[in-house]
Design a protein around this ligand. Structure first.
Ligand SMILES: N[C@@H](CCC(=O)N[C@@H](CS)C(=O)NCC(=O)O)C(=O)O
Length: 263
């Protein structure tokens, strides 16, 4: 089987700045499914979003649909032993993180001044040459419009941060001291949680949500356990000190011509 995962480049010590791409890569690694990763061109992505995978010439988009596909087609799926109640809890948590908490991440990276220098540098690095000078500002304007259209972006930042903190409190309560959400073995829902804790917790683009997260021991242990297993080649992306100069260029290894995008 020939699997290629198209994702955003590695930045800020993270496997990827997109939690959706991280979730799929973590799944492929955990299942030990041989695969290649490439930086994706949004113009070629199904529905214009990353991640997507090419699977024996077939194209699949959307992180959940990709994971569902491998769960359905490979023996011993991660979620096989979950009860209906556990599936319901996992689904509710994942949808909260992917459809609600994510807006606090977008706000913290694209709207807040503290992180914008870092985010702009990444956006600039992946835009085609002619768009590099103006592209980041356009992407920021688009993201601000999206935040407003979605609605959470209209809240005062403190209220929005508080909602995201409570989302992570819910995950901490669900973990309840267990190694993984539903016991001794990770489920697909653990990988979603892993990707979002990493995204909020990484040393770049921090916010009050990060500070709150860094006090939730269950989530930190969960994160460390999966990071050490899945990404032994990377350091602890949450432990690096926040740089005083938030505008320093991040390490972007690969660049590709992408359309103007909101990451
Ligand atoms: N529901 C999708 C969400 C994917 C998504 O939002 N991807 C973002 C990066 S985090 C993207 O590709 N944005 C590009 C754009 O908006 O132009 C999934 O689970 O794959």
């Amino acid at each position: 089987m020939d699997i290629t995962l198209y994702k955003f480049p590695r930045v800020w010590g993270l496997p990827c700045m997109s939690p959706f791409c991280m979730k799929v890569e973590a799944y492929l690694r955990l299942r030990q499914l041989p695969h290649r990763t490439e930086v994706g061109d949004l113009r070629r992505a199904p529905r214009g979003l990353l991640p997507w995978v090419r699977l024996d010439g077939r194209v699949l988009g959307d992180s959940t649909l990709i994971v569902d596909h491998f769960e359905a087609t490979h023996p011993q799926p991660l979620d096989a032993a979950l009860s209906p109640a556990q599936r319901a809890q996992g689904w509710a948590l994942s949808r909260t993180l992917e459809e609600s908490t994510v807006w606090a991440l977008r706000r913290q990276r694209f709207d807040a001044e503290a992180a914008w220098g870092d985010t702009a540098a990444v956006v600039r690095s992946i835009l085609p040459l002619p768009l590099k000078p103006v592209g980041p500002a356009i992407v920021r304007r688009q993201m601000r419009a999206a935040l407003r259209a979605q609605g959470l972006g209209r809240l005062p930042p403190e209220a929005h941060h508080d909602f995201a903190c409570r989302d992570f409190d819910a995950a901490e309560a669900l973990l309840a001291g267990k190694p993984f959400l539903f016991g001794e073995r990770p489920s697909t829902f653990d990988l979603t949680l892993f990707a979002f804790v990493a995204s909020f917790g990484c040393a770049t683009a921090r916010s009050p949500v990060t500070e709150h997260l860094l006090g939730l021991k269950g989530l930190l242990d969960h994160q460390r356990r999966l990071r050490e297993q899945l990404y032994p080649e990377l350091g602890d992306w949450m432990a690096r000190p926040v740089r005083p100069d938030a505008t320093a260029a991040p390490a972007v290894r690969d660049a590709v011509a992408l359309g103007v995008s909101t990451i």
